[in-house]
Design a protein around this ligand. Structure first.
Ligand SMILES: [Zn+2]
Length: 287
């Protein structure tokens, strides 16, 4: 999508919000002036989070970090809100307090019996059975209604991959390159691998990958990108800190953040609930 068309789309969305009665309290400075409202919409910031995995301490640390950084207008969640961790109900409840969109992950659907657990390893399956017993009827209804794919502006949001939203892991250039044919927008956001990565397809059709690092903002230019923000509740890149990203629509930038959290608290809760020891231990190492 071209930038002028994107701008028109955002302006139209903003006007729609204003007509509906955009909340005064969400406006910078509390002004009711229409142009300031439009400007506010054009300067939208979104948090991109994935794989919370029922880790309330990690999720809370991420949300606190977002607030410290100035907050966001919307949270984009790439699935696996539950599974593995000790706080599935609390994490769903907390996420629902935010203005957010969320796609379904394999653990979300397995916890409500919408997909089977035959593909899960024994530890994941045990955690899934425990998770299912912790969910309220409202939690089940929420997870049941999560879509597999969401399109926001020039981003497509999925859990696994655009080709296979539930199960495919995008960790190699070859699989990423094939997946660019399966979404229409310029950018795609994926979770599932729990690894902060960026795959880029340039105008010559060359695909490359790079680690998504905290100290370098990712500028959105002409290349098509598949971006994964790493995992909030169970990072797997050797860094145990929670991982998430912020999209700044005005700066056309996506930036990665890592946040320390109380790993001991999550591990103690997992031990209390007899969750598998391997799942407890891996949080210490970010694997
Ligand atoms: Zn996951």
């Amino acid at each position: 999508m071209s930038i002028p068309l994107l701008s028109l789309t955002i302006i139209f969305a903003c006007i729609t919000e204003i007509v509906k009665g955009f909340p005064e309290t969400e406006l910078k400075g509390g002004s009711s002036h229409t142009w300031q409202k439009l400007l506010y919409c054009l300067m939208m910031r979104c948090a991109i989070i994935a794989d919370i995995h029922a880790n309330l301490a990690a999720f809370t640390a991420v949300l606190d970090d977002i607030e410290r950084g100035g907050g966001v207008e919307e949270v984009w969640c790439l699935g696996d809100v539950v599974g593995y961790g000790p706080d599935p109900h609390q994490c769903i409840e907390l996420l629902r307090q935010y203005n957010h969109v969320c796609v379904a992950g394999n653990h979300d659907l397995a916890a409500i019996g919408k997909i089977g657990i035959s593909e899960f390893n024994p530890d994941a399956a045990a955690a899934c059975r425990w998770t299912a017993r912790q969910l309220s009827p409202e939690d089940v209804e929420y997870l049941e209604n999560l879509p597999l794919v969401i399109e926001k502006e020039d981003f497509t949001l999925v859990h696994g991959s655009p080709r296979e939203p539930i199960w495919e892991y995008l960790t190699s250039i070859s699989s990423a390159k094939r997946n660019f044919a399966y979404f229409r927008s310029q950018f795609c956001l994926v979770g599932h691998s729990h690894m902060p990565l960026v795959f880029s397809l340039d105008e010559t059709g060359t695909c490359s990958s790079s680690q998504f690092l905290t100290n370098i903002g990712l500028t959105l230019g002409k290349s098509r990108l598949i971006i994964t923000p790493g995992g909030v509740g169970q990072p797997r890149d050797g860094d145990p800190r929670a991982s998430y990203a912020i999209y700044d629509s005005e700066a056309r930038l996506v930036r990665l953040y890592r946040v320390p959290y109380d790993i001991d608290a999550t591990q103690a809760a997992m031990v209390k609930h007899n969750l598998p020891v391997h799942l407890v231990a891996r949080l210490s190492y970010g694997v």
